[in-house]
Design a binder for this molecule. Structure first.
Ligand code: THU
Length: 136
């Protein structure tokens, strides 16, 4: 298993930038692409609640709009504001969006902190997913 300490630390750092005045739930993500570049993201809420964007999609949209097309790994850190982090897994919408660009070897790091994280294969996070291959 690879060492994801740096990616986990970046996700935890990005969590501090969350704009979440409505839920009070702060999430950070750090997305490593095949280019070797890392894009961070946080959740950004809206007074019109459904317009909220999750941390994972913030990072993904930053990466794709910079020309990235292949993802290696994403670290996610989330917790209620002020609380100690717990293991926070990506929501269904984020899983679906990540599936668009996730390769076979894409990995998901669920970080409580830089030293305490779980690593999952993409197939564990989104088994039997619908994706680009299904549209031929
Ligand atoms: N949230 C994320 O940023 N990522 C997830 O995968 C789960 C949920 C955010 C959205 C919202 O701002 C807050 O957490 C509570 O749902």
């Amino acid at each position: 298993m690879k060492d994801y300490k740096q990616l986990a630390a970046l996700a935890a750092e990005a969590k501090d930038r969350a704009y979440a005045p409505y839920s009070g739930f702060h999430v950070g993500a750090a997305l490593l692409c095949e280019s070797g570049r890392i894009y961070i993201g946080c959740n950004v809420e809206s007074a019109a609640f459904p317009a909220t964007v999750c941390a994972e999609r913030t990072a993904l949209l930053k990466a794709v709009s910079e020309g990235e097309r292949k993802l290696k790994a994403i670290a996610v850190a989330g917790s209620k504001s002020g609380a100690e982090g717990d293991y926070c897994y990506p929501c269904g919408v984020c899983r679906q969006m990540l599936n668009e660009f996730a390769g076979e070897d894409f990995e998901v790091i669920i970080a409580k902190s830089a030293d305490d994280y779980r690593v999952h294969k993409w197939a564990e996070i989104l088994p039997f997913g619908f994706g680009p291959k299904d549209l031929g």
